[in-house]
Design a protein around this ligand. Structure first.
Ligand SMILES: C[S@@+](CC[C@H](N)C(=O)[O-])C[C@H]1O[C@@H](n2cnc3c(N)ncnc32)[C@H](O)[C@@H]1O
Length: 246
């Protein structure tokens, strides 16, 4: 029997909800969800997962769809502060793992600044669900000694508008691209321009781990937007994939 503590009054939990399938939640995530007073989920967190929250929990969606903020990051911080200082236990529920492309750094800094006790609960990141869907290891001792998690999306006003791919060549590496955007041809050209061979295997997986999962296997040169399923999409560049498309 595993004993998992309930969500504590006045505490914030940055919890990973995994890639979509509720069965891929950790036991701790499921228990915190069940016992928290307030849940602040991102857009990618499914209704099935939210249904695991206590029926009395206050659920406030705080997703920022397609970069068009319905709520600002400062607004999320204000909600964390308001509810934790009122003595509620708060689950801040993020898709995948909260520490991978999840703006956790800003929330951690805010919680520290306001002396709000918090804990981080890891989740299964999308890359791992994609690898499972493709039945392909992300590392391989004969051909992929490196695993690179990258994003094609930068914060507005930070760094360049589009990331520089130089140095991202998946020579003996698997390159995983989160938030690839919808212009796959341009992204492929940028990657080829950075020195990645056009014939490098490239797979786009949409909605991994959910009933809507869609896999498109191609090469970088032939990656075409209409063949890629709906968001969320992850691109895997590097290892040859043998699993048939569906
Ligand atoms: C804001 S990032 C959050 C990543 C998340 N923290 C994680 O660890 O998976 C959102 C991106 O993750 C990827 N993603 C999340 N869930 C996915 C899924 N089920 N299938 C494919 N890609 C997914 C997509 O690239 C999406 O644009």
């Amino acid at each position: 029997m595993i004993s998992i503590p309930d969500a504590e009054s006045g505490h914030v939990y940055l919890v990973g909800a995994g890639p979509g399938d509720p069965a891929l939640l950790t036991l701790r995530a499921a228990h915190l969800l069940k016992t928290a007073d307030v849940v602040l989920p991102d857009d990618l967190v499914s209704d099935e997962i939210l249904a695991l929250a206590s029926p009395t929990a206050l659920i406030i969606p705080v997703g920022k769809r397609c970069g068009q903020p319905r709520i600002t990051q400062a607004g999320i911080h204000a909600l964390l502060l308001e509810h934790a200082s009122a003595g509620s236990s708060v689950v801040r529920l993020k898709s995948g793992d909260p520490l991978i492309f999840g703006r956790a750094a800003e929330e951690i800094a805010f919680l520290r600044e306001h002396s709000i006790p918090f804990a981080i609960v890891p989740g299964i990141t999308a890359a791992f669900a994609v690898a499972a869907a493709l039945e392909t290891p992300l590392t391989d001792r004969t051909r992929a000694s490196k695993l690179i998690l990258a994003t094609a999306h930068h914060a507005a006003g930070k760094l360049a508008l589009t990331p520089s791919w130089s140095g991202a060549s998946p020579n003996e590496a698997t390159l995983v691209i989160y938030m690839p955007g919808r212009n796959f041809e341009t992204l492929a050209q940028d990657l080829i321009g950075s020195g990645i061979a056009p014939e490098t295997p490239c797979t786009a997986v949409s909605c991994a781990s959910t009933p809507e999962e869609h896999i498109h296997i191609t090469t970088l040169a032939e990656l075409s937007s209409p063949d890629v399923g709906p968001a969320p999409v992850l691109l895997l560049i590097g290892p040859p994939i043998s699993k048939p498309e569906h």
